[in-house]
Unconditional design. Structure first.
Length: 430
């Protein structure tokens, strides 16, 4: 593996509102196997045990919603950071050290990005974080967070810009149009300052970058048409079909994300993805079970990792100069109805030179011209303020209800009724 080709490890997990209980104390199954098995997908590897240059870890449903709305996520994020950092360093093949480049959280969506101390971390600059909410009234129960930074060239050149976006889109099978809208909303409102050396003073979108990574619980489902042979299968029969890769590959054409991105071009324009059908659906599992799907939902590949680089051609939308060395789920985690996913990516060699004055940017199809929403800041802070009000009221009701929001609401109504009765009762006669 050429040392001038960076490797990026991306991991994503919907932890089902579990807060500190959402992860086991050993992350080796999730974050570290890629360090040892990457050579299985690359024949020309010279240093198969080299640790990733960049590690990006995203979470969705990080903690209970009322704590998330109230902004009470600091301790959970600190716990996650300490655990992740200790684990990736403890299991790094050559005991490589890492530095936290940036962390950002909005309600339950969080992103932590690390760089190797002996390489990328020393050349990182222009670090920026951003967030946006696309829930009702712009609330952050659904939305995205982003981290952007520039890695200066080893030769003193301007280098390249890296943008990581962790998202949680609208749930439920019938909400496909809303998920597509969520994507476009994120593109228009997850805005960063202008790129270094840019002549423009306008904010930049997630596509104004050299490398873009978009991942998370995107909630796209399987849409099996009535005419499909698998449409008549029961839930148990369908889950048995998911055991073999050949049967899963037959189902990939029913995947909503694949259809909308690759066939209709309605969302995730320019983004590529590995062969997601090679692993079993990441959703929906019974809690506490390694390999048992919940009958309440049709299994689906809701959790995904996509990417693109400035060296990718818009004329070949399904090909990428980024090599996907590993893309899989981790079945052993059982505290959520989702399974964590992980991908290890080998980036193309950098084209930056000392004479380069501007970082290279993505080449997009002529019909796709993302533009910043002029009201993005207003919308984001409207959602943030409403979320804080809702969160603190929700926390208060939970406190009054001894941990139960329902009992808290009941106690509040009873108390309100008692106060009203006391106010309206007549004077007590002697």
């Amino acid at each position: 593996m050429s040392e001038d080709r960076l490797t990026v490890l991306i991991a994503s997990y919907n932890t089902n509102l579990q807060a500190e209980r959402g992860l086991p104390q050993d992350l080796v199954d999730w974050l570290s196997p890629t360090l040892d098995t990457s050579s299985l997908r690359i024949e020309e590897v010279e240093h198969p045990s080299r640790a990733p240059d960049i590690v990006a870890v995203g979470f969705q449903e990080l903690l209970p919603l009322h704590y998330g709305f109230a902004g009470l996520s600091k301790s959970v994020i600190e716990n996650r950071n300490a655990l992740i950092l200790s684990q990736i360093e403890a299991h790094a093949p050559n005991k490589e050290k890492y530095a936290l480049i940036a962390t950002v959280v909005n309600v339950g969506v969080a992103l932590l990005v690390y760089g190797r101390d002996d390489g990328v971390a020393r050349r990182v600059c222009d670090v920026q974080t951003q967030w946006t909410g696309c829930g009702p009234a712009y609330l952050g129960n659904k939305g995205a967070v982003g981290v952007r930074f520039r890695v200066a060239g080893k030769d003193g050149g301007v280098g390249e810009v890296y943008t990581f976006v962790c998202a949680h889109l609208t749930a439920h099978g019938y909400n496909l149009p809303k998920r597509i809208h969520d994507y476009h909303y994120i593109v228009n409102t997850l805005l960063f300052p202008p790129l270094p050396s840019s002549d423009s003073e306008a904010p930049s979108t997630i596509y104004d970058t050299s490398h873009l990574f978009f991942f998370g619980d995107l909630n796209f489902r399987l849409a099996i048409p009535p005419s499909h042979p698998l449409a008549v299968l029961s839930h148990e029969e369908l889950t048995r079909k998911l055991v073999t890769e050949a049967d899963r590959e037959a189902l990939k054409d029913c995947d909503e994300l694949h259809i909308e991105r690759d066939e209709r071009g309605s969302c995730f324009v320019g983004l590529r993805e590995g062969e997601f059908w090679k692993f079993k659906c990441s959703y929906k599992y019974r809690l506490g079970e390694v390999d048992t799907f919940d009958r309440k939902r049709t299994p689906a590949w809701t959790d995904r990792i996509m990417y693109t680089a400035y060296t990718d051609s818009p004329d070949r939308p399904r090909e990428s100069t980024i090599q996907n060395m590993l893309y899989t789920t981790i079945p052993s985690y059982t505290t959520s109805d989702h399974k964590p996913i992980v991908s290890l990516l080998l980036l193309p060699p950098s084209t930056s030179t000392p004479e380069t004055t501007q970082p290279p940017t993505l080449r997009l199809p002529p019909h796709f011209k993302p533009s910043p929403d002029p009201y993005a800041t207003l919308k984001r802070y409207t959602g943030r303020i409403l979320g804080l009000i809702l969160g603190y009221l929700w926390c208060l009701l939970t406190l009054v209800g001894a941990g139960s929001t329902v009992f808290g609401l009941g106690n509040f109504i009873l108390g309100l009724g008692a106060w009203g009765w006391w106010r309206t009762r007549g004077p007590v006669l002697p």
